[in-house]
Ligand binder design. Structure first.
Ligand code: ASP
Length: 415
């Protein structure tokens, strides 16, 4: 007995496991390029099963963790404070992201290929109106937020129930708090079990994508992709590094190291919502409090999409150049505004950012058909933009936790 205790099993960190799975997926995917149908039929379904499990857990996790967070704060004002700082951070970083995307796209413009546009067709879904984004936050039914995994509606529901429990007070509230905490613990346990499968999930999700796309599909769009990826990296290195260093008192290296599992997962799954459970785990390990991360991250997975904003800026400039249009400064400013709004309305699922690109193009009078130019490689854009999207959410969780922690120390000291 003693002996087994002494022989501690060497743990193999999740980040390393996911990284190995990612490399294997690329190698196997490249080898399977001539058998992509096989990968699609027999490997992808396992990735889908894994993603289904993650999606299944994400609704209850967000619902109960936000409720648990709200009731533990037992102070409506504090929730407002967290919400306020978060929203300001999200809006500012997304606007900066679009500016970085536009600057880089303009620098790269001369190297972009001039693709043929006369025969393009793209069937755009009905465009979302900006006010629809606001109206859709409010659920008209108790179950649809969960059945449709509508994060903003789940957040609204959790806040309403959480506030009601606080206002109820007394013994009744205590009973409700115990039940909420119990349910939260149960769903967190399920999440832990599912996350153990993530290296396997990553492999099965990424391998068929590499097998189907291979390097050849990148072809003429290599420069546009490169431009977007440079902008993603610059945004992370400049904006998030500075933000976590100055406002979160954390070294950027420690931040990115701690975030590696979630970033690798986001890269493979291209879904911010799917990455939510692992992102919560990473940020909490980095020191973000549970109450903050369980509020800030689900909100971010729905409304904060810096990568998507960059992508939309870069694609707008590229599509304009293919149509022989040179965007003016006022048009660029319009893009910054609409890309920020469009990224708020973008769902945290694969491919959603491309659909919202229609809103950005329309705002400056560019033909929506131009989306067809970039649609073929959307997944490759998406993997990078999702990685940036979730990293931005995490940086906010770390910063807000730090700010609130500092305030709490100050308050305690002044007593
Ligand atoms: N796939 C992205 C995400 O989940 C959204 C997008 O398509 O831009 O964050």
């Amino acid at each position: 007995m003693e002996k087994t205790k002494g022989k501690k099993k060497r743990s193999f960190p999740l980040a390393e496991q996911i990284f190995i799975a990612l490399i294997l997926a690329i190698i196997v995917g490249l080898l399977m390029q001539n058998h992509s149908a096989f990968a699609d039929s027999y490997i992808k379904p396992f990735g889908t099963i894994f993603l289904n499990l993650v999606k299944f857990i994400v609704g209850p996790i967000v619902l109960f963790s936000i409720m648990a967070g709200v009731v533990s704060l037992s102070d409506v004002k504090k929730v407002g404070k967290i919400g306020g700082i978060t929203l300001v951070y999200y809006f500012c970083t997304t606007a900066i992201a679009t500016v970085i995307g536009l600057i880089l796209a303009n620098l790269f413009k001369g190297t972009f290929p001039a693709l043929e546009t006369s025969s393009l067709t793209y069937e755009a879904p009905e465009a979302t109106k900006p006010m629809d984004v606001v109206v859709n936050i409010f659920p008209n039914n108790f179950l649809t937020p969960i059945t449709e995994s509508n994060m903003l509606q789940i957040i609204m529901m959790a806040l309403l129930i959480g506030f009601a429990v606080i206002l109820l007070g007394g013994v009744k509230a205590q009973k409700a708090i115990d039940t909420i905490n119990l349910l939260n613990d149960i769903f967190m346990k399920i999440m832990e079990m599912i996350l153990k499968l993530s290296p396997f999930g990553v492999f099965c999700l990424l391998c068929p994508v590499v097998a189907a796309n291979g390097p050849k599909v990148i072809g003429s769009l290599a420069k546009v992709l490169l431009c977007a990826y440079i902008a993603y990296v610059l945004h992370a290195l400049i904006v998030y590094s500075t933000a976590v260093r100055t406002m979160g008192d954390m070294s950027p290296a420690a931040f990115f190291k701690g975030m590696a599992p979630a970033m690798l997962f986001a890269f493979s799954s291209a879904s911010s919502v799917g990455t939510l459970p692992i992102n919560m785990e990473c940020t909490q390990k980095l020191g973000a409090t549970k109450e903050v991360s369980s509020f800030v991250l689900p909100l971010g997975a729905t409304i904060n999409m810096d990568g998507t904003a960059i992508y939309q800026g870069v694609c707008a400039v590229f599509i304009a150049s293919c149509y022989g249009i040179s965007l003016t400064l006022p048009q660029m400013i319009t893009i910054v505004l609409t890309a920020t709004l469009a990224s708020i309305g973008t769902a945290g699922v694969p491919g959603a950012g491309m659909i919202m690109l229609a809103m950005v193009l329309t705002s400056v009078g560019l033909p929506v058909n131009g989306i067809a130019l970039v649609a073929g490689v959307d997944r490759i854009f998406d993997m990078g933009r999702t990685t940036l999207n979730i990293t931005g959410d995490a940086s906010c969780a770390v910063i807000v936790s730090h700010i609130l922690g500092k305030k709490a120390v100050k308050v305690a000291a002044s007593r």
